[in-house]
Design a protein around this ligand. Structure first.
Ligand code: SF4
Length: 187
C-alpha cells in the first residue's frame, strides 16, 4: 500500500479531484495517522450544479474522516481558455494533459505559498488516467518551483485502491459521477 510516513517527513497537500477518487487514499492516510491537508481545485467540471455536487461530496468525506479542506474556485471559462485549440482531442489526449497541468499547477502554487513540501493527487486512483503523464507534469512543476515542492508519485489504484474506493462510496452513500468532468467528456 502507500505508506506516506516512511516516504516523507513533512505534511502533505493532497489534491482531490472528487470524493470517489479520494476514498482510495484518505481512509489509509487516516488509519496510519499520516499528516495531510486537502485541496480542491477543479475548474474543469461542467456544469456549475455538477461542480457543487462533487464539492459537497468532498466536504462530506472531509467531515467523516476529519481532514482540513482548502477550496480554490475558478470559472469554467478558465479551463476552456487553458485548453484552447484542444477541444476535439479524445479523452486521455492532449486536452487532458493541459487539464492535469492546470489543476496540479494550482496545487503546487498553494503548497509553495503555504509551506507544504509535498503534493499528491487523487487523479491516480482512476484507471482511466495516465499516471506516467501525471508524474511527469509533477516533475516539471517541481522544477518550476525550484524543487521546494515535490509530487509524491503514489499510484492510488494499487492494492485494489480503485475497488476499495467504490466500496467506500457505497458505505457512505457518495455520489459517483459517470463522466470525467468537462463537457467534452459527456459526449
Ligand atoms: S476528459 Fe477529464 S481530464 Fe480530460 S480534459 Fe476533460 S475533465 Fe480534464
Amino acid at each position: 500500500m502507500f505508506n506516506i510516513k516512511t516516504e516523507i517527513n513533512s505534511r502533505m497537500l493532497l489534491h482531490i479531484c472528487c470524493a470517489p477518487c479520494a476514498l482510495s487514499p484518505v481512509p489509509v492516510f487516516t488509519e496510519s495517522a499520516a499528516e495531510f491537508d486537502a485541496f480542491f481545485y477543479n475548474p474543469n467540471i461542467f456544469d456549475e450544479a455538477e461542480l457543487a455536487l462533487r464539492l459537497d461530496e468532498v466536504k462530506k468525506i472531509a467531515g467523516i474522516f476529519d481532514f482540513k479542506l482548502f477550496i480554490k474556485n475558478d470559472e469554467y471559462s478558465k479551463f476552456i481558455n487553458y485548453i484552447s485549440g484542444l477541444e476535439s482531442e479524445p479523452e486521455g489526449g492532449k486536452r487532458c494533459e493541459k487539464c492535469f497541468e492546470l489543476r496540479l499547477g494550482a496545487a503546487f502554487e498553494f503548497a509553495a505559498g503555504n509551506g507544504y513540501k509535498y503534493v499528491a493527487t487523487t487523479l491516480t486512483t482512476s484507471p482511466h488516467k495516465n499516471i506516467k503523464l501525471i508524474n511527469s507534469i509533477g516533475a516539471s512543476l517541481s522544477i518550476k518551483h525550484g524543487g521546494i515542492v515535490k509530487l509524491i508519485e503514489f499510484d492510488f489504484k494499487k492494492a485494489d485502491g480503485y475497488k476499495k474506493s467504490i466500496d467506500y462510496c457505497k458505505k457512505y452513500s457518495i455520489y459517483r459521477q459517470n463522466y470525467c468532468g468537462c463537457h467534452f467528456s459527456k459526449r
